[in-house]
Design a binder for this molecule. Structure first.
Ligand code: GTQ
Length: 351
């Protein structure tokens, strides 16, 4: 008579026998499936503009905007190479358009934001209305709206693209179409949506031309910066964030985009911020000034000294701390609207 098999062997035998039936024991993976706290594979990363810009300009020499459709260098998280993702849910890239070029009209279910990094005078057209780009402007392309980009001024223009590409891929909900014309026909004067929606007034009867997305195509830097500047002078500076505001959809008071939250913050000179962590990983674009961010997890700390046009990512549940000797302005975006919609947003502010 054979001795009974040890438990470990019995288990391995069970796993092998059921494997062809596509069955897996939960108890072997449970801890990783429901971790005691967020355990992102993403790591902090930093892109110095002086390092990135030469590659962007070389891209401008080897491919036209039209041939590329979108001439973009993707900012990939070092631990998500090949996935076109800067966090598990978000995509970021730097897009270049040269004088005289057109990035042809198309539409997709993925939502996009543009944050202008360098140069002026390029435009993006959304739904028949053009918006001229200036550094620091935050511009939205709502889901499923036709959009093309063009440039009729004389210097290269570069902007940060932020899209919910990995999120839409996760849900297998992506659709896209090319337009029948390269540049869509202009049907409304520039500034129409701004006049209608961006002056603390609105249409008399309820409208939501882009569903859950803000009807304002552009949030000009001038106005956003002015708000922060006033607040910095007249209101207490937050010990964690400095003076920070979120962009809003004027029709709802909520986020301008259903999947991506956007923020602008100003750190005063001499700011030495306290640490915080959040479940939403965030991508930063430095607008003005200089500073430093320290990002830590599991006792391992990374520090980046940043200046204008640099980009970095703070992954989920990493402790971050900002400081600035001379003051600075930072734009950032994250997937916070989704965390909040699901009731899973979590934030911890260290004292
Ligand atoms: O401008 O439509 O960076 O469709 C990636 C995908 C930009 C765009 C990106 C896109 C676009």
């Amino acid at each position: 008579m054979n001795a009974p098999l040890p438990t470990a062997q019995l288990r391995q035998q069970l796993y092998r026998d059921m494997d062809p039936h596509h069955l897996t024991p939960l108890w072997e993976v449970l801890h990783a499936l429901v971790p005691p706290q967020p355990n992102t594979p993403c790591v902090p990363a930093f892109w110095k503009y002086a390092d990135v810009r030469p590659y962007l300009m070389r891209a401008g020499e080897v491919i036209t905007a039209e041939e590329a459709v979108r001439r973009v260098l993707i900012l990939e998280n070092p631990k998500l190479r090949g996935q076109s993702a800067i966090t598990q849910s978000l995509y970021a890239g730097l897009q270049l358009i040269l004088p005289g070029e057109v990035a042809p009209s198309h539409r997709h279910t993925q939502s996009a934001l543009r944050f202008i990094v360098e140069g002026s005078g390029a435009y993006t057209a959304v739904d028949g209305e053009r918006t001229t780009m200036k550094p620091g402007d935050f511009i939205i392309t709502p889901s499923w709206t036709w959009h093309d980009h063009g440039h009729e001024a004389d210097r290269p223009v570069v902007w940060l693209d932020g899209l919910d590409i990995p999120m839409v891929r996760f849900f297998d909900a992506g659709f896209a179409q090319n337009d029948t014309t390269k540049s869509q026909q202009v049907t409304r004067s520039e500034g129409t949506s701004d006049a209608r929606f961006a002056h603390n007034m609105g249409p008399v009867r309820p409208v939501a031309p882009y569903g859950a997305t803000s009807p304002i195509f552009s949030y000009p830097y001038e106005r956003s910066r002015e708000a922060l500047e006033q607040l910095e002078r007249h209101a207490p500076v937050d010990p964690w964030d400095g003076t920070k505001l979120r962009y809003v959809n004027p029709l709802t008071g909520g986020w301008p985009m259903p999947t991506i939250g956007t923020f602008l913050q100003k750190l005063p000179a001499g700011f030495a911020g306290k640490g915080w962590r959040q479940t939403d990983g965030a991508v930063y674009s430095v607008v003005e000034g200089e500073g430093e961010i320290a990002i830590a997890r599991d006792g391992q700390e990374t520090r980046y000294a940043f200046g204008p046009r640099d980009h970095f990512v703070v992954p989920s549940w990493h402790t971050a701390r900002l400081s600035s000797e001379r003051g600075c302005v930072l734009f950032s975006f994250s997937d916070r609207p989704v965390h909040q919609a699901l009731g899973i947003h979590n934030e911890e502010r260290l004292s």
